[in-house]
Structures are given as structure tokens and as C-alpha cells.
Design a protein around this ligand. Structure first.
Ligand SMILES: *Cc1c(COP(=O)(O)O)cnc(C)c1O
Ligand SMILES: [Zn+2]
Length: 431
């Protein structure tokens, strides 16, 4: 297949720019860019065969769950240019106890916490970092609620490019900061929220010549599209009825919409699943806007236990609206209590995820109760990050006493005596 360069197209005014343009907003109207690839010689069967053949690769670029789909990601990138860990290749599986709790029998879990730095952000970062290196970036930067910074730091280290991250002071889980520091990124703890971090990172990128690798960067979205491509591939291209995901800055919602649009246009799938974008109630401007048919662009002061989606002014708003409209999708919100209960169920099934991830399955349960999702429909819920990303929230949940959360598993302190172990065993019953 050919490796022609793609174009960047402004989503607002339609102006087109070179693939190597490094600004992340249209100089004439301020709109965001999206990549337009040339699909001229991409035949459905040839694509499916090519993807399947690459699955046999044990190492190298083809063994990446992102670059396996490179015709739909960044066709012009060569193996020598690509910065890949590799990433992707995340599992898709069923867990009956989670399905039973959500009330949806045909529920599958796509676990993106299995990526190299523990979140789906690696799928976007491999592409954005590849493009940063191809275009000679002197330094890269991002604003982050933690996972983007961990991912950016790892891929920048691999690429040998200096990295600068802006995180809200006191609002990022310790493990994410630990990763960022360990991988060697210059870490700025900003006394403000994520939205303020992003404005600062945008200003810095415009005036200081640092490339911005937030999800406003269209190359990030090209990589994140492969969450959907890979799960459809794992289903032998039989689309589920629904795909549910947590929604914060709306980069992933936008990427999923673009992926489904392109997969449908290429005939890889013959029907489009409905997207269910789930927000945390304390950070739910997109859900509020959905309830009024997106009549207004809303921003809020965000607060939620799900720190990865603690965002009040989502950057990818317009393209996420398009994703929801084109897929006949829905947007809803769930409370922190619902998120933590869903998380406890997912964790106790031996799966595990961070709080923001559990919003997807809490949302599925809520949409099922509301009759939006039918009991017989098939659903893929995306878990976006690993359990160990936020161990503070786990410890808090299981040790909380006033009141004890419904699924708390309290640790028991004992004297070093067998009789005490016996006593505990007697009270440990099997459900
Ligand atoms: C980034 C992130 C999200 C939110 O994705 P957006 O693209 O910002 O909507 C959800 N969960 C986790 C774990 C994340 O790291
Ligand atoms: Zn424009």
C-alpha cells in the first residue's frame, strides 16, 4: 500500500495544511485540526488481511497494536521514524460478575490499563511523539491530570526529546507523578486546575516553540482510534451495539467517532455502534449540554474522585459533538458513589481499574436502568487506566468507616497467634 502524506484539515473553516504543520490550532480561525488520509487504494479485504498478517509479528513495529493499523493512523511514517514501545494489544474479555452487576449480559471489557504506562494515553503518544521527532521538535509539553504526563515522559525519554509537563498541584494521584518523575520529564506543579494547566501549556507552546502533545494535537487522536479498530478486529469486525467510555477532555470520544466513521466508510464494519460517553457528575459539562441537544457550550468548576476526568472545559468539544451525533450516541453522568461502587465490583472480579475508568461501567449500569441500553444488547466498555494508577482511592474506600462503603474490604490487624487467624477464617464466608 502507498505511503502518501496525509493532510491536516481545520475542523472549523476547512482550510488544509501540510502533514508537517506543527501548530495545533488553525492560524486563521483557531479551530482544531484533524488528519485526512488518502484511502484511495485501501480495499476492505486487503486491509483486513494486512492487519491480520501483522498480528503474527513477535517484535518490531508491526507488533504494536497501534502501528498494525498504520494505513489508518499515519501511513507516511517509516519504521525508522516510529517511536513505539510497543503499545496496544490490550485484552477484550467477559466477566460474568461485572455483567450481572451492570445488568447487561453481553458486556465485554476492553482493558486499556494493559498499555506500557498503564493507560490508553500510550496509543496516542506513540503517534504524537513519532510526529514530534519527524518534525524536529526541540522539546515537547503537555498539561495533564496524570496519565498523559506519565505517557509523554516515557515516550519522550525513548525519543530523546526533553519533556515539560504541567499538572494541577495536589490533584494528581501519586503513582502518576512517580512515573512522570522517574521517566525524567521536567514537572511543573501548577497551583490551579487542569483547564488552567492546559491554557498555560498552550501559551508556552505558542511563544516558546515547544510542541504541544495534548489531545488537541490531532496525531494523538489518530493513535487513540486504534482502541476501536483493535476491539472491532478482536470481534472479527462484527460491531457491538454500544461502546461505552469515560469522557473528560473529550479527545477519546472524538477519536472513537472518527475511527467509526472511517471504518464504516471503508466497509470494515457494516453498522456503526452507538457511543455512550460517561462523565463524572462533578465534571459533566458535556452531559449537561447533551441534555439540551448541545444548544450551549458549557463549562464548570470540576470536582470528582475520578481525577483523570476532572475537567471543566473540555478541549475537543466540537469534534466530540460530531462523534455523538454521527453514532446516535448518548452522554450521561454518574455520581462519585456510583463510580466507586462500579470500581469495587470491577476490582473484586480480579480485573481492577482506576476510578475514572469505572465511570464507563457505572454509566452502562445507569443507562441500562434507564432503559436506554436494552438487556439483550451487546456492549463493549473501555477501562482506560490500571488499578495501581490510584492506590490512594483504593485504600480510602476500603478503610472508610463513616459510613463504610457497600463493598469495603477492611484489613484486620491481629496478634501473631494462630487462634486469631482461626477466628478470622470462621467469619470469612463465601458469597
Ligand atoms: C485521559 C483519561 C480519560 C479521559 O479521556 P479524554 O480523552 O480526556 O476524554 C479517562 N480515563 C483515564 C484513565 C484517562 O487517563
Ligand atoms: Zn480554520
Amino acid at each position: 500500500m502507498s505511503a502518501a502524506e496525509s493532510r491536516q484539515v481545520c475542523e472549523r473553516c476547512g482550510a488544509t495544511y501540510d502533514e508537517r504543520e506543527t501548530a495545533t490550532a488553525c492560524p486563521s480561525c483557531g479551530g482544531l485540526f484533524e488528519l485526512a488520509h488518502k484511502f484511495a487504494d485501501a480495499h476492505r479485504d486487503l486491509l483486513r488481511r494486512t492487519f491480520a498478517a501483522r498480528r503474527a509479528a513477535m517484535r518490531g513495529t508491526d507488533s504494536s497494536g497501534v502501528w498494525r493499523y498504520r494505513e489508518l493512523v499515519l501511513p507516511s511514517a517509516t519504521d525508522a521514524e516510529i517511536v513505539s514501545h510497543p503499545e496496544g494489544n490490550t485484552p477484550l474479555f467477559a466477566r460474568p460478575r461485572v455483567s450481572a452487576w451492570a445488568g447487561v449480559e453481553r458486556l465485554l471489557i476492553k482493558h486499556e490499563g494493559h498499555n506500557p504506562t498503564g493507560s490508553f494515553k500510550d496509543r496516542g503518544m506513540t503517534v504524537a511523539m513519532t510526529q514530534a521527532r519527524r518534525t524536529g521538535a526541540a522539546a515537547v509539553a503537555c498539561a495533564s491530570t496524570g496519565n498523559t504526563s506519565a505517557s509523554l515522559a516515557a515516550y519522550a525519554a525513548q525519543a530523546g526529546i526533553p519533556a515539560l509537563v504541567f499538572v494541577p498541584a495536589g490533584k494528581v494521584a501519586a503513582a502518576k507523578i512517580a512515573q512522570t518523575l522517574a521517566y525524567g520529564a521536567r514537572t511543573l506543579m501548577v497551583r490551579g486546575n487542569f483547564d488552567q494547566c492546559l491554557s498555560l501549556a498552550r501559551e508556552a507552546s505558542q511563544s516558546l516553540g515547544v510542541q504541544l502533545l495534548n489531545s488537541v494535537n490531532p496525531f494523538r487522536l489518530e493513535g487513540q482510534k486504534t482502541i476501536v479498530l483493535e476491539l472491532l478486529d478482536q470481534l472479527d469486525w462484527n460491531a457491538p451495539d454500544w461502546i461505552a467510555l469515560p469522557a473528560g477532555n473529550l479527545g477519546n470520544t472524538s477519536a472513537f467517532g472518527k475511527s467509526l466513521r472511517e471504518a464504516r466508510a471503508l466497509g470494515l464494519i457494516d453498522r456503526v455502534p452507538r457511543l455512550a460517553a460517561i462523565q463524572a457528575r462533578g465534571a459533566a459539562p458535556f452531559a449537561a449540554s447533551f441534555r439540551e441537544q448541545f444548544a450551549r457550550h458549557i463549562t464548570v468548576e470540576p470536582e470528582t474522585v475520578a481525577t483523570a476526568i476532572r475537567i471543566g472545559a473540555p478541549a475537543s468539544w466540537d469534534r466530540a459533538v460530531r462523534a455523538i451525533r454521527e453514532t446516535n450516541g448518548v452522554v450521561t453522568d454518574v455520581s462519585d458513589a456510583e463510580i466507586l461502587e462500579a470500581k469495587a465490583v470491577i476490582d473484586a472480579a480480579g480485573v481492577g481499574c482506576e476510578p475514572a475508568s469505572a465511570a464507563s461501567i457505572a454509566g452502562v449500569a445507569s443507562l441500562r436502568r434507564a432503559g436506554v441500553i436494552d438487556a439483550g444488547e451487546s456492549v463493549v466498555a473501555v477501562l482506560t487506566g490500571h488499578l495501581l494508577k490510584d492506590s490512594e482511592s483504593v485504600v480510602r474506600y476500603h478503610q472508610e468507616t463513616e459510613p463504610a462503603p457497600p463493598l469495603a474490604n477492611r484489613p484486620i490487624e491481629i496478634e501473631p497467634r494462630l487462634a486469631e487467624v482461626e477466628r478470622v477464617l470462621r467469619t470469612t464466608t463465601r458469597a
